[in-house]
Write a protein that binds this ligand. Structure first.
Ligand SMILES: NC(=O)c1ccc[n+]([C@@H]2O[C@H](COP(=O)([O-])OP(=O)(O)OC[C@H]3O[C@@H](n4cnc5c(N)ncnc54)[C@H](OP(=O)(O)O)[C@@H]3O)[C@@H](O)[C@H]2O)c1
Length: 321
């Protein structure tokens, strides 16, 4: 049994806790909030053994094997470093941290302490994503030529909420643009050239971001994220001999359509629970095998991804203190 602890008891923590219940080899050992009452109520709702009114107390709990960090972006670095310092394995929500320097220090810390560390980028572990990778690997659409992906919804424009608040590491790029960017990285690797433009909100973060990537052998990616309107939130992958359509929302899709030689086939590929089950499964399998990083969402992948986010941020003028 792998004993999980969760810190930051907001929206995503609840969804993760729901899927933990489905895994036969996972238990929710402890949860921690900045408020003891909230932690007690979350523990009662999701069946955690222990609750704490501070993250530090959970890090000291010898019964916790791995900590899931579900706090806002601006505190991922500090939370990860403290959990690792306390000797815990860590899985941390996306974006892993605010910039490449922070991610490098987190990875170095995990390596020096011989602890497992993984970015919780659930898209990588969704069965439909795995199927897309398998099909491309088998040459089902020939050579991948282009990726187009978007993610957009009209977000509540609360200047203090984590989406628009610069102090919490807000902005569409880091919150949802990371998914199209990650898909392009997963399928095409690191681009040779990056172009990006954004609409900036008065709070100083991007409310809309458009990214164009070019690769050395002519491949391209066109990516979009926005808090201003609903967009299809789909991904279209064109290959030299066909194409793959990842149905909305593409970053946790449950159906893909494959086009080849004029034939279109739709494959239904359901995930377990709310979809977080699969990243949980990866953590458990890695820990059982004594691995300190996931091969599917490796340290290098996280480093490359934050490098791309940094490059886009620099182009659109989004700087965090
Ligand atoms: N994988 C996904 O599908 C997915 C979806 C949504 C979000 N996310 C990621 O998950 C993280 C959390 O997102 P969320 O939507 O769950 O946010 P949320 O509902 O606002 O919850 C975040 C929690 O972090 C804690 N926290 C610590 N410092 C805070 C601060 N200064 N201000 C506000 N809260 C603070 C709070 O918990 P306590 O009060 O209990 O301490 C809060 O409830 C983000 O990094 C986001 O990118 C991932």
């Amino acid at each position: 049994m792998t004993r999980f602890g969760i810190i930051g008891l907001g929206k995503i923590a609840g969804r993760f806790a729901d899927d933990l219940k489905l895994h036969p080899e996972a238990s929710l050992q402890a949860v921690a909030s900045r408020t003891a009452k909230k932690a007690r109520s979350f523990a009662a709702q999701y069946g955690a053994t222990t609750s704490y009114g501070s993250y530090e107390a959970l890090f000291k709990d010898a019964q916790v094997d791995v900590v899931y960090i579900a706090t806002p972006n601006h505190v991922h670095y500090q939370n990860c470093m403290e959990a690792l310092d306390a000797g815990k394995h860590v899985i941390c929500e996306k974006p892993f941290a605010l910039d490449a320097a922070q991610v490098r220090k987190m990875i170095n810390k995990a390596k020096s302490k011989k602890l497992f560390l993984m970015e919780a980028l659930w898209t990588r572990f969704i069965p439909a994503t795995e199927k897309v990778l398998e099909l491309i690997d088998q040459g089902a659409i020939g050579k991948t030529v282009s990726v187009r992906a978007d993610f957009g919804f009209p977000a509540s424009q609360d200047p203090n909420g984590r989406l628009f608040n610069k102090n919490l590491g807000g902005g569409s790029l880091l919150d949802i643009g990371i998914y199209p960017l990650y898909l392009s990285y997963l399928l095409l690797g690191r681009p040779e050239a990056i172009d990006a433009e954004a609409t900036m909100h008065y709070t100083g973060v991007d409310s809309h971001c458009h990214i164009e990537l070019a690769y050395s052998d002519g491949q391209t990616a066109i990516l979009e994220s926005t808090f201003l309107e609903t967009t299809p939130t789909e991904a279209i992958i064109e290959g030299s001999e066909g194409g793959i359509y990842m149905h909305p929302r593409f970053h946790h899709c449950q159906a893909i359509s494959v086009e080849k030689d004029g034939n279109l086939e739709t494959l239904e590929i359901p995930y377990t629970g709310l979809g977080y089950y699969h990243e949980i499964d990866e953590v458990i399998n890695c820990l059982k095998a004594g691995k300190l990083e996931s091969e599917k969402m490796s340290h290098q992948h996280s480093q490359d991804l934050i490098g791309l986010l940094d490059a886009v941020r620099s182009l659109i003028g989004l700087r965090f203190d």
